[in-house]
Structure formats: structure tokens, C-alpha cells
Design a protein around this ligand. Structure first.
Ligand code: C5P
Length: 236
């Protein structure tokens, strides 16, 4: 088992442009029910001060900056992130074996969770042909996830549809972190390959990244509680 039965499995994506908007939402959430994800927009706008505030407020933070650079630079960026007290960070698996290994060497196993992005879900076969990458998106995801595991990282970001084949091929002891989660009745917005929270957990995902269904809700805490309720019966 990868995760503790009682720990929060939902990571709320804070896709905001300011600290004010962010704290307005997080003051209505509860660290025992969720973690938080801070990405490039919010971190660029609000900086480490906001991360430190959210950590002080008791939240575990997934700092989603997808580092991709030469090994030495990525290793130092990972250390700087760890020094802010975050819970999880990520790098691009496309940075290759040396970069992934340098990140792993910088972050001791069992401390900050270190995961990788495989292939961005915005990239289709035409994009792969443009940049000269051989293979289908599915083959590249599996190749990069295998490389990530071989370099000793803790897991990957993957869609709910990729979770089942990855879990089967890569094994149990590897974190799968899954965005694109929507409630059953949802039809709108720009996410295409979506799954309900229950389906993602059943497919083998460990953590679910959920943004707008919670951040745009009239009552974010109630929606978070409903999602937790929904996945509770499927937790391993
Ligand atoms: O609002 P929504 O639930 O769509 O937010 C999903 C979050 O997960 C966003 O922060 C988005 O950037 C991120 N994400 C994603 N798909 C990926 C990787 C990350 O939606 N393949």
C-alpha cells in the first residue's frame, strides 16, 4: 500500500493569480480533508511567502513547478523547494535519466515526495511527430513512467485512464497522482479525459488533483466532504 488509509487523498489545485484569492478559499478548507497544489501561475505571482503561510496553516503542499533543466540546476531547485517545507514536488521525466537521478539524490527518499510528469496530456500524436518523438502517447507515458521508477522517484502524474495500465505494469509501490477529476453530472469545461473520484481510486490512483469543482463551488468544504465520502469506500 502506498498511502496511509486515513490521510487525505484529495489535492485541491489552487489555480489562482493572487495570495488574496487563495487564502480566501483555503480559509474555508480543512487540512485534515485535503492537500493543496500550487502551480506556476500562483507561485510566480505570490512566491515562497504564500507557501510558508499555507504550511503554517497546517496544509501539505504539492509544489507543481515541473522542473526541467540540466541535472545540477534541477537538483538545486528541488533542494530549495524542500527547504520551503513542501510535501510533494515534481520534475519532467523528459529531462532524462541523469536529471531524474540528480533530483532523487537531492531529495532523500522518505522525505519530500518526488514525482514526475510523463507526457503532458495537451500533447497528441501530431505534437509528438513535430518534435520527433517516436511511439504513441501511451507508449511514451509507459516508457517515461518506467524510467521514473528506475531512477527511484516516488511516482508520476497520470490520467485516470492511464492509472490502471500503469499500476499493472509498474507495480504497487509507486504513487499515481491524477488530475481530470469530475463529479458524475459534470459535462462542461476544458478537461477531456475525465473520471469520477471513485473511478480514479478504483483504477489505482493514490491522490486526486481536483481544481474547479471545489474552487468554484458555492460551498467548497461541502463539495470536498462529498468527494471524500465518495472515495472512502474504495480506499485501500
Ligand atoms: O480545475 P481542474 O480540476 O481541471 O484542475 C486540474 C489541475 O490539474 C490544474 O491545476 C491542471 O493544470 C492540472 N493538470 C491537469 N492535467 C494534467 C496535469 C495537470 O489538469 N495532465
Amino acid at each position: 500500500m502506498n498511502v496511509n488509509v486515513s490521510e487525505p487523498r484529495i489535492i485541491v489545485a489552487l489555480d489562482f493569480s493572487s495570495a488574496g484569492q487563495t487564502l480566501n478559499l483555503t480559509s474555508r478548507l480543512n487540512p485534515s480533508l485535503c492537500r493543496l497544489k500550487v502551480g506556476k501561475e500562483l507561485f510566480t505571482a505570490a512566491g515562497p511567502g504564500l507557501i510558508e503561510q499555507l504550511v503554517r496553516d497546517g496544509f501539505d503542499i504539492f509544489l507543481d513547478l515541473k522542473y526541467h533543466d540540466i541535472p545540477n540546476t534541477v537538483a538545486n531547485a528541488c533542494k530549495a523547494a524542500a527547504d520551503m517545507g513542501v510535501w510533494m514536488i515534481n520534475v519532467h521525466a523528459m529531462g532524462g535519466r541523469k536529471m531524474l537521478s540528480a533530483a532523487r539524490a537531492a531529495i532523500a527518499p522518505g522525505t519530500v515526495k518526488l514525482i514526475a510528469v510523463t507526457l503532458l496530456t495537451s500533447m497528441d500524436q501530431n505534437d509528438l511527430d513535430d518534435i520527433g518523438l517516436q511511439g504513441s502517447p501511451e507508449q511514451i507515458v509507459l516508457r517515461l513512467a518506467t524510467l521514473t521508477r528506475d531512477c527511484g522517484l516516488d511516482g508520476v502524474v497520470c490520467s485516470a485512464l492511464e492509472a490502471q495500465p500503469l499500476r499493472q505494469k509498474i507495480g504497487a509501490d509507486f504513487l499515481l497522482v491524477t488530475p481530470g477529476i469530475r463529479p458524475q453530472e459534470n459535462t462542461g469545461d476544458d478537461q477531456k479525459r475525465i473520471a469520477t473520484p471513485a473511478a480514479a481510486i478504483q483504477n489505482g490512483s493514490d491522490y486526486l488533483v481536483i481544481g474547479r469543482p471545489i474552487t468554484q463551488a458555492q460551498n467548497p468544504l461541502r463539495v470536498l466532504e462529498q468527494f471524500n465520502q465518495e472515495i472512502h469506500i474504495f480506499r485501500n
